[in-house]
Structures are given as C-alpha cells and as structure tokens.
Design a protein around this ligand. Structure first.
Ligand code: MSP
Length: 526
C-alpha cells in the first residue's frame, strides 16, 4: 500500500514539475583548482539541489574550457600537446566535482565533438544573419582573461601595460580577424535588459552592465590568426574562433544543440540561471545575449554574477599565489563544513575574505554547537529515555505554539530568497530556526518530565524532531551529507524530501521511531 502511495506521489510530482537549467562557468584547465572555482561550483550546486527539492526537473552543467592561447601556452609550458595536457587537467576538475559533492548531470569539455557541432552551427547562423565580417584587429589583448580591452581600459606600470578592469597584463595585437557587429546590438540589448529586469542579478551588476553598454559598444573580434589551438572558422583554416564565442556555446552543446528538436534542448533551453564570477560578467551579460539574439536563439533567463573570494584584500588566484587549496580543506575539515562556510560567510553579491580562523569559528558556532548539537541532544535523549520512539499529543502549550509560529515566519520567504539568489538570508533564517529550537529545549527541560509527565515530554521531543526534519531538509542543498544522515535517522523517505512542508504540512508521523545518529560535526579545539 505504502509503495503504491509513493508511486502515485511520484507520478503526481513529475506531472507538476518545472524545468530548471543551471550552469557553472566551464573552468580553464590552465592550473590547479582553487577556492574561487570551488565557490562558484558549490553556489550553483546549492541552487540545483534546492530546485530539485522544490520539485523541478533540473539539469546542472559544468565542465572545462579548453581552447585558446592561454591553454596553448599552459600546455607548452608543461611540454605537452594541448589535447594531452587538457585530458590531464580536465580530469583534475572532473575529480573536483566529486570532491565538492556536486550533483551535476553532465560535464562538458569544449574539445568534444558535440561541442564543435554546436559552435559551427552558431557561427554559421551569425554569418547568415549578416552579423560577421572580415577586417583587421589592432588593439590590446589579455591572454590571462582571454579578453580584448579598449585603450581607455589600459594603465602602464613599470613599462608594462595592464587592464584597469582586471589588473591582468595585456599585449598589443595586430592580425586579420572576423568581427561580430556588436555595435548594432547596443539598442536591442538595452531594450532586452529593460524588458527582463532580473536578467542580471544582483542589481549592482545589472547597473554596471547597463552603464557599460550605454557608453557605446564596439564591434568584437571573434577570430584569431596568430595561433592554432581552437575551433577553426568553417571554411577558413587560417582563423580559430575566439575562445569566448567557443566557450559560451557549451551551454547549448550540452543540450545537443543544433538539434533543436532534442528533448534536452526542448526541455531546458533557455537556461534558467548562469552562475558566474563578476570578472566574466561582460561575456555573459553582453556578448552572450547579443550572439544569441543575432542567431535567433532565446537568451538565458538569468545571469548571477557573484563576487570574488579574497585572501586579505586580493582576489584569490593562481597568478597572485594566495590560494587556499579546497582539497586540503576538505581533507582536514570535511566537505559539508567547507560548503556551509563558503555559502554562509561569503556575501554572494560582493567580495568576501576567507581564512582558516573564520572557517573554524563558523564550523563551531553554526554546525557543531547549533545544528549538530540540536540533533545529537534530541536523538540521544530519545534513545536513552524513550527507546527511540516518540508520539505526539494534542495538548499544545503556548511555548510550542510560539516556536511553531516563529518557524513559520522564518520560513515564509525562503523560496523567494533562494529564487533570487539571496542565499545568505536563506541560511541565516534556517540557522536561526535551529537556534530557537535549541532554546525551546533549554526552556522546556524535557529531562525534568521523565518521571511525572511523559506525555508532555513526548510532545516536546516530537516537536523538536519535526523542527529537526524541517531544518535538515532546508539545509540539504548546502550540507547534503549531514542532512541525509539526519533524514535517514528520522526514516524520512527521499521522495518526501521536498519543501511541501513550507505550506504548513507536518513532515514526521504522529508516532515516530528513529534510528541512532552518529556525531555530525566535530567541534574544533586547539
Ligand atoms: N573559462 C572561463 C569561463 C567560461 S564560461 C563560458 C573562466 N574560467 S576560470 O576557471 O578562470 O573561472 C571560473 C569561475 O571561477 C569564474 O566564474 C570565476 O569568476 C570564478 N573565480 C575564479 N577565481 C575566483 C575567486 N577568487 N573568487 C570567486 N570566484 C572566482 O573564467
């Protein structure tokens, strides 16, 4: 009977599902992964997991961006052929997806055949629409950013030229090049931003982009002739396609574009959300929609530009040599711990400094002393005093009511916060529910009722378990391992692990039998 019910529930939810396509930026395999990469990936994974729990059909994509001069140079430095070099480093990034516990549905490499097909098709569409012409590029180029910069974006320091935007070194380039008529898309882009107010979030980034477009767009060089590592322009072997036009297309290739009848493309394009760092906003929020509009393809629904992870005051990056290695941190502290810390402590719109000291204090205060302690104390009390079984009564006290009401208030806006990428607010509210539940147990003192009022004691424990179930489901996109342990110990079927309780439903049964729960988070002591 239970099986038939769950099956029916599954079919019902499948019928009601919305589609949600989320991407991370595909990573340059030009060096080892660092915390900035981990941050971008985990952030996207949290949105992917949240939407799965929220009953969406989700497709979550990540991968590696393997062409261009930057990669060709990295391969040369390592004395390897570019593809052999990319095979090696792309694997390191693929392994990282496992270490970070990402729930990606695909991992795309831009050296794959399926990607070439998509890039050729997009290029041909742009030629056909009359948006591409042949000329000569004369100007500044940064290999490290794979970006062109105008003269007013360049500064000179000790005889060398740098981009004022990114601080990266630039070189002067003069070569034959195909151009994309970006200038003719200026007005249409502004109209597009105006119609789609949430296309770029946070708002500060949207304003930045709009001001940049308003200040005038120049045509964009979209092919290079001074090196060979890339996708060749169709019918013109001298040119390789500009790596950003190549790379951005990955979002389409993974859906089997150009086959627009493919079920993946039909279900998931336009993308719901591209999660990216602010350094690559121009490519995603200006070039990408312009290419797509010119090619007659719908632009994505949203680009969310997060800030940088800083070490002190500087962006954490290989070239700056200030990297905190995510793999070492995971080995020492655990993956849920790193995920929680990055999502809670780094404000997603702006830059955020991270350090081992603040990581440890966040683990202790929120995970070990708050959520972990709540679960442990309730589970072990029920094990020691109730033979792992608790049942609910109808007598609700004023403090029970107060906790239930406070939880309702704190959960009211959670979906909205997540759907607008306000993850910091979301986490703050959920951890606050955990804090209030701990306080409720302290105030209600169920241990004092063991002898004289077992019914009331049961009720307090039942309410505490219901709170723990809610908090665990809400935290599951962020700390999937720990919350799965708790939900398993509560015998909660994964089919029911969705947010329907936000509409006021209870999660646990009136009579509940729990399993034993191991320690979730170890307190860090020095
Ligand atoms: N290959 C391009 C993306 C192409 S998407 C079509 C790229 N790769 S990257 O490896 O350099 O960066 C990948 C992501 O990591 C970007 O979103 C970037 O903003 C992010 N981060 C890299 N360093 C970072 C920090 N220090 N902090 C936060 N994120 C930063 O760009």
């Amino acid at each position: 009977m239970k099986k038939i019910f769950l099956f029916g529930l599954k079919i019902f939810y499948k019928m009601k599902q919305n589609n949600f396509y989320i991407t991370t930026p595909i990573y340059y395999p030009s060096g080892q992964p660092h915390m900035g990469h981990a941050y971008s990936s985990i952030l996207a994974d949290v949105f992917a997991r949240f939407n799965r729990n929220d009953n969406c059909k989700v497709f979550f994509l990540t991968g590696t961006d393997e062409h261009g001069l930057k990669i060709q140079k990295a391969a040369e430095k390592n004395g390897l052929e570019p593809l052999i070099y990319c095979d090696k480093i792309s694997k390191v990034f693929k392994d990282l997806t496992k270490k970070l516990n990402l729930s990606n549905d695909d991992f795309i490499r831009t050296t794959e055949k399926r990607h070439y097909k998509a890039v050729y098709d997009l290029w041909n569409r742009l030629v056909k629409s009359g948006d591409i012409y042949l000329s000569k590029y004369k100007g500044w180029y940064s290999v490290s950013d794979e970006a062109y910069y105008a003269s007013d974006e360049i500064v000179e320091k000790n005889g060398k030229k740098f981009s004022t935007f990114s601080g990266s070194a630039v070189e002067w380039v003069e070569e034959d090049s195909f151009f994309f008529k970006l200038s003719s898309w200026e007005k249409k882009l502004l109209e597009f931003y105006d119609k789609n107010k949430k296309f770029i979030l946070p708002i500060s980034r949207r304003n930045e982009v709009i001001n940049f477009v308003k200040s005038g767009l120049k045509d964009l060089s979209v092919s290079r002739t001074s090196f060979t590592w890339g996708i060749k322009v169709p019918n013109n072997d001298k040119h390789v396609i500009y790596v950003w036009l190549d790379a951005l297309t990955n979002y389409l290739s993974a859906l089997n574009f150009p086959n627009t009848n493919d079920v993946l493309y039909k279900n998931f394009w336009p993308a719901s959300l591209h999660v990216i760092g602010k350094d690559i906003l121009r490519f995603h929020a200006i070039y990408w929609p312009a290419f797509l509009l010119a090619a007659g393809i719908k632009p994505p629904n949203r680009v969310f530009g997060h800030g940088w992870i800083l070490s002190g005051d500087e962006k954490m990056s290989k070239s700056k040599g200030n990297i905190l290695n995510p793999l070492e941190i995971i080995d020492t502290y655990g993956i849920d711990e790193l995920r929680y810390y990055l999502m809670k402590e780094v404000s997603h719109g702006s830059d955020g400094s991270i350090s081992l000291k603040s990581l440890e204090s966040c683990i202790n205060s929120d995970l070990a002393n708050n959520y972990g302690n709540l679960c442990q104390r309730v589970f072990s009390f029920i094990k020691n005093n109730c033979k792992n079984k608790v049942s609910k009564t109808k007598n609700i006290s004023n403090s029970d009511k107060r906790l239930i009401e406070q939880t309702k208030v704190l959960t009211k806006d959670l979906k909205n916060e997540m759907n607008n990428q306000n993850l910091n607010n979301y986490i703050k509210s959920v951890i606050n529910i955990s804090f209030l539940t701990n306080k409720y147990i302290n105030d209600e003192e169920p241990w004092k009722l063991k002898k004289n009022n077992v019914e009331q004691m049961n009720n307090i424990l039942h309410i505490a378990l219901e709170q723990i179930a809610k908090i665990s489901i809400l935290l599951s996109p962020i700390i999937p391992n720990a919350s799965a342990k708790v939900l398993n110990a509560l015998n909660i079927n994964t089919e029911l692990k969705n947010f329907s309780f936000l509409d006021g439903k209870n999660i646990i049964t009136d009579e509940i039998k729990i399993k034993e729960l191991d320690i979730l988070f170890k307190k860090i002591t020095k």
